[in-house]
Design a protein around this ligand. Structure first.
Ligand code: GLU
Length: 719
């Protein structure tokens, strides 16, 4: 009897263990929603007010937007983020002789830290809904483009007004639901960010592009930076006399890490998701835009790799750009595969069919919402027709440095002469310093043969556009013959004559009036001037589309709420969000199961000695000597390297802290599994998995490999 009882008890426990529910849930929740989530019931041991409390000092003060995300991990402004977030600043500081990408960077004390020029940091301080104020600018009789312009203008006015009242702060108004809700965020804004410790590429980017967007993963994708302010505590540009920033809150790191099945949550700044978009949008992405962009990026990557082939100083100029392009290219390929795998466009179409039925079943609904989906479809038909023309026009300016310079100078000459609020955002007083910085860092990596090759390819593609799609401004360059001679002649002449290759003349040109610029007769400024009307027209088209779509999407959301009888949360938009779930494996394919924790032994297994699997000798020795100390996982008998979980993340969540039930840092998010690249369109409990570097690996590498004990002391991990 007793035995039977014991047996049943064990059985019940086993079943309970097997079916222990995971509280994974779709959602990048705005901080205003945290209290509605009942997180305590799902595993959180803190009072949710500890995470966000409008009237108190909560964890959100430890979360910092550094392009992607980072978190403060000491009272002296120390920021823990990803290796790939610091990458471009490490590249900018590297030379052939002092190659920090290759060897890593270590400041042994505050004095040795180097500025990450152009990097700013934002910390969310408060928010408020300003939808009514923003939408008060819209009048019934307005056309679509006018509507978009009125909203943009209103937002600029609000931002200016609130920034004036809050000197030193940064204000952004974020569109939450298109055309419907707008929230104003007030940020602390820091302008002096420095590099502290960055492991070598062979740890921080171990596995490179081959392993990117993949599980199992063995990448130590972490770095440390530090924020500084003026001696009086106010935000200031880099200066030697600045002092480390004292954040209102910093995170405690948990050197014991986390385990499979543990409850975890994350705070961060996810970039963009498209879950509220229609089948029309998705089909356009699948059929047209993503394949085009992935192919164009692949072309650029191959040319840049060729150029950098034998000379490290040339390769260094291209590194960060190649990394960015490969990252997007592989992400798009993952998404394209995923879209087909789960048949997402068809699924959306089916959903829309049911929605239409619901709309059609009621006279009032029919008259109000009957044509919404068709109208959206019509807009995407037009987008498709003009896609190639628009993509080429767009990438001419984005991919060819000289056109980017020429265009910025030309546009600047017109914009800077307008009143601040009337300017394009890049030329407004609050943004112009960063715009200049961006131009200068592009110029720093400028390599003429690459730029010429990219322009030539773009012009060849433009030459194939016919009829209405022809870019008239470059007709004289591309001609109609297929000999390419006209293109070659133009390129040779233009690159030898332009003055925009030097920082001084670029900045000088940026101050000139259109009249003076004209006299300068620079071929790339002239080209920009010729292209300008086409870009203006494109902008107008985009504003018209946005105006039309905003109204339609807002209606669509209304009716979807009624149909599904639930509320939705807004797509990611670079504002602070929370997501939660647990550490958990998954089944990526038939007969395959992925466990959620990798270890240093996996690093050894993958190491071939060839880039990108070329672990440093010292790391190999350390792993072989099994000197893991307190960072060893008790069951795995090795130091954990990466962890996998079912939280809802996207780009921008890079560097976000993975927090345990007590709000302590157990990992640094940096990627997603291949199947989860499609997260941006559709989240699923079965395949949406994201990846962090385990805090134990961060600390172990920092201490044993980097020998940076002072950072562990600063984080109170050792005495
Ligand atoms: N690895 C990603 C990227 O660099 C960041 C995180 C994510 O998108 O999941 O874009």
């Amino acid at each position: 009897m007793k035995k039977q009882y014991l047996f049943s008890l064990v059985f019940v426990f086993c079943i309970a263990f097997l079916f222990q529910s995971f509280y994974a849930e779709e959602g990048m929740w705005p901080i205003s929603e945290i209290n509605k989530l009942n997180l305590r019931a799902k595993g959180l041991e803190l009072d949710p007010k500890e995470i966000y409390d409008p009237d108190g000092l909560s964890l959100i003060y430890a979360i910092v937007n550094v392009g992607a995300t980072g978190s403060f991990v000491s009272p002296a402004g120390l920021i823990l983020t990803n290796h790939h977030v610091a990458y471009r600043y490490v590249q900018a500081a590297s030379t052939k002789e002092q190659d920090y990408i290759k060897h890593g960077f270590l400041a042994r004390n505050l004095r040795e830290e180097i500025p990450a020029r152009g990097r700013t940091a934002r910390i969310t301080e408060s928010y408020r809904d300003v939808s009514d104020e923003v939408l008060s600018a819209v009048k019934e009789e307005m056309g679509f483009a006018e509507r978009t312009r009125a909203i943009e203008r209103k937002i600029k006015e609000i931002v200016k007004k609130v920034e004036k009242r809050n000197p030193g702060k940064r204000v952004e108004v974020a569109e939450m639901f298109s055309g419907k809700t707008y929230v104003l965020f007030l940020y602390a804004y820091l302008k002096d960010i420095r590099l502290v410790y960055v492991p070598p590429r062979s740890i921080g980017e171990f596995g490179g592009d081959i392993d990117n967007w993949m599980w199992p993963r063995h990448t130590g994708d972490f770095s440390f930076m530090r924020a500084y302010v003026a001696p009086d505590g106010s935000p200031a540009e880099y200066s030697l006399e600045n002092l480390p920033y004292r954040p209102k809150r910093h995170l405690k790191v948990a050197p014991e890490g986390a385990n499979e099945r543990d409850f975890v949550f994350m705070l961060g700044y996810p970039g963009r998701t498209y879950r509220h978009q229609t089948s029309h949008f998705l089909a356009f992405e699948e059929d047209v835009r993503m394949p085009y962009v992935a192919d164009w990026y692949a072309w650029q990557i191959s040319i840049m790799e060729k150029m950098g082939g034998s000379d490290r100083s040339i390769a260094l100029k291209h590194l960060s750009r190649i990394k960015g392009l490969s990252n997007t290219m592989k992400n798009y390929r993952g998404k394209l595969k995923g879209l087909i795998r789960i048949g997402l466009v068809d699924k959306k179409r089916d959903e829309e069919k049911s929605l239409k039925k619901f709309i059609g079943a009621d006279e009032k609904r029919r008259s109000e919402y009957g044509d919404v989906l068709e109208k959206i479809g019509k807009i995407y038909e037009e987008v498709r027709e003009q896609a190639e023309y628009e993509l080429i026009l767009d990438y001419l300016r984005r991919s060819v440095n000289m056109i980017y310079f020429g265009y910025s100078v030309y546009e600047g000459s017109l914009e800077l002469r307008k009143k601040d609020l009337e300017r394009e955002s890049a030329y407004m007083d609050r943004n112009f310093a960063l715009t200049k910085q961006r131009l200068l860092s592009t110029l720093k990596n400028y390599y003429e043969p690459t730029d010429k090759a990219i322009l030539k390819e773009m012009l060849k593609r433009a030459a194939r556009l016919q009829g209405k799609s022809r870019i008239l401004a470059i007709n004289d360059i591309i001609k109609d013959d297929s000999s390419e001679k006209a293109i070659d002649d133009f390129i040779e002449k233009a690159y030898s004559q332009t003055k925009l290759k030097s920082a001084i003349s670029l900045l000088e040109a940026l101050k000139k009036s259109p009249k003076k610029l004209k006299k300068q007769k620079d071929p790339f400024i002239e080209l920009a001037a010729a292209l300008y009307p086409a870009y203006q027209k494109l902008k107008e088209t985009q504003k018209t589309r946005k105006g039309a779509l905003d109204g339609l999407q807002a209606k669509l959301l209304d009716i979807k709420k009624r149909f599904y009888e639930k509320d939705f949360i807004p797509d990611a938009n670079r504002t602070l969000r929370l997501t939660y779930g647990s550490i958990r494996g998954y089944k990526p394919a038939d007969a395959v199961y992925y466990h959620p924790i990798t270890t240093a032994d996996g690093v050894l297994d993958k190491t071939t000695g060839q880039e990108p699997f070329d672990s440093p000798e010292k790391l190999i020795d350390l792993i072989r000597s099994r000197d893991f100390g307190r960072f060893e996982h008790p069951a795995l008998k090795s130091v954990p390297v990466c962890i996998l979980y079912d939280m809802d993340t996207t780009g921008g969540n890079s560097g976000s802290p993975v927090l345990n039930a007590r709000g302590e840092l157990v990992g640094v998010n940096f990627d997603r599994a291949y199947e989860a690249t499609i997260n941006d369109f559709a989240w699923s409990e079965s395949y949406s998995r994201s990846i962090a570097v385990d805090i134990r690996y961060v600390l172990w590498v920092t201490q044993k490999y980097g020998k940076v004990d002072y950072l562990l002391k600063e984080m109170k991990v050792i005495k």
